[in-house]
Design a protein around this ligand. Sequence first.
Ligand code: 5AD
Ligand code: SF4
Length: 464
Amino acid sequence: MQNISFTKYKTSQEIIKAANSRPDAPKLFVETYGCQMNVADSELIMSVMIDAGFAVCDRPEDADVLFINTCAVRDNAEQRIRNRLQALAHLKKKKSGMLFGLLGCMAERIKEQLLEQEQIVDIIAGPDSYRTLPALVAKAKEGESAVNVLLSREETYADISPVRKDTNGVSAFVSITRGCDNMCAFCVVPFTRGRERSRSPQTILDEIRQILAEGYKEVTLLGQNVDKYNWNNEEVKFAQLLKMVAELDPQLRVRFATSYPQDFTDEVLQIMANHPNICKYIHLPVQAGSTRMLETMRRGYTREWYLNRIEAIRKFVPDCAISTDIIAGHPTETEQDHFETLSLMQSVGYDYAYMFKYSERPGTYAARNLPDEVSEEDKSRRLDEIIALQSKLSHESNKKDVGKTFEILIEGESKKSKHKLFGRNSQNKVVVFERKDTKIGEYAHVKITGCTSATLMGELIEPN
Ligand code: 5AD
Ligand code: SF4
């Protein structure tokens, strides 16, 4: 097997080309579910496997090894993956020796039992075991059980250069922390992704220099709770890291996710305010609006604390957009709690929200101690009310932008028309406009002429 020297090639696309030109290299296909962290992990997985001699392909039917990088955050995420496995089962019948691997959070949650439950699965690998994937594939080929669900206190994959295959070439994810120590009552993530740990600033900066050289214009720093970033006992905390990244290149847009209300500091806001290339957008999950519910959820902050953080954002970064996550129907939630969620949404005036029905996850504090007793009917109705309110708030927020001009980073072609492109403004809002002679990856100035609750529409302004 011919080894690929990653340092010899400039871009992920060149690495993929070299990998795919090796004769007889077995082919890998990776399908990704869940959060941005999983997208970033799939790029690490691709890198590990190419290094071990694999080629990568674009369709599951061409693969010798098929990996599904899974999510476990809600039951419906797991159901989708089980259905997908059933839909892919016929491929194995056609191609003898084809191997299926379940990777990521669902693999970590269910572990060996998955081999019994999903008989077509050959490999199980949790989020901290991706370096061992080539060895697991070799074991599975021999017909042995191939499971690695060990969690680590140190693993950050810091030295692995991700291979960005399914990318627009404009915007890249870079993970800065892994795991989570928060232990919110409802959440399975601390069990699937293990303890919180930070990656060295040097390896983060090096990776971003590399993507700048590849022509990327935007980086999103990723972690379950980026505010807990901490290298060498407070020598570099998140605020300092953010500053270092922003100062690499003023043309590079910098985003980050996810922020945690209890740990989100004014220092980070000051750095955002002082650096025009740090995007004016914060995702600050609240989950619920009443202090009682937040206590039950073990979130560690009150309604007042959260609203104080919102005030701080408005003070330091007045043009900042804010989005959130909300759960409807968490155990013990009353109509009064639900009402307080709606009233908090209204007083913050979120620009965007991700909204979910509570889903009990085995092993969590809530599953062990708080019966899932809000009726399905109430959960659905409350979620509908939350969604309806957010749709109104998003529309109001977008209407305020009509008439304004924004700098847009162009990301791709509009799904509806070849003549139109779309990009995002600093506030992370999607803007669609007539393409004229602009190109993907460029910055453009667009004046907003109309909107829906989901999108801004505008026209190009000639640069002067
Ligand atoms: N049920 C519903 N939503 C959940 N989330 C996390 N765990 C659950 C659960 N058990 C949501 C939270 C979190 C987002 C990533 O998913 O809102 O912020
Ligand atoms: Fe991401 Fe959480 Fe889903 Fe894991 S369980 S993939 S961390 S959203």
